[in-house]
Design a protein around this ligand. Sequence first.
Ligand code: NAD
Length: 164
Amino acid sequence: MITVIGLGFVGLTTALGFSDKDYLVYGYDTSQDKTERLRKGMVPFYEPYLDEKLNQYMNNRFHIVDDLKDAIDKSEIVFFCVGTPSQADGSADLSYIFDAAKSVTECITKPQFKVLVIKSSVPPATTSECINPYIESLGFKVDEDVGLTNNPEFCGRGMPGAIL
Ligand SMILES: NC(=O)c1ccc[n+]([C@@H]2O[C@H](COP(=O)([O-])OP(=O)(O)OC[C@H]3O[C@@H](n4cnc5c(N)ncnc54)[C@H](O)[C@@H]3O)[C@@H](O)[C@H]2O)c1
């Protein structure tokens, strides 16, 4: 099972893309407004067939959850699809990734091993030089307690996020 953190354009397409490949997917977003709309089958942006897929998989192969702990307990892989907006100096704001990583690791009961996948766009080496040390500062040794990898979103045909 898979949990997707952040249900914006990248997270929702990734989640429903995996549902379309028969995976059971949990989706989590801190925006209650967004999750309420999605639960009503309303996709807040245009992507061909996505509203159809949302309605097809909602509450069977795709579950929007409020209880992150239960979703993380049941998942082997967690995709991080939160925003990484550019700051005034051109660097990426990693605060959403850090917040999400903290929420997720708080839900991991050792010795469960989860693979954490950064799908958000980050500059080269950010995962190894910034996110890895941050996760280790939370008490999780990378490669022993959790896996950590990067799978940047390109939304191309054949990528995991692409439905078609
Ligand atoms: N949109 C694109 O076409 C595109 C293409 C390639 C890469 N990207 C990258 O993918 C990432 C996501 O982009 P997007 O367009 O989907 O962003 P978005 O802003 O549409 O969605 C991000 C979602 O994350 C949620 N969120 C923020 N903090 C959270 C937390 N701690 N826990 C759970 N949810 C949280 C927000 O509420 C929001 O719904 C960014 O890094 C972006 O640069 C986007």
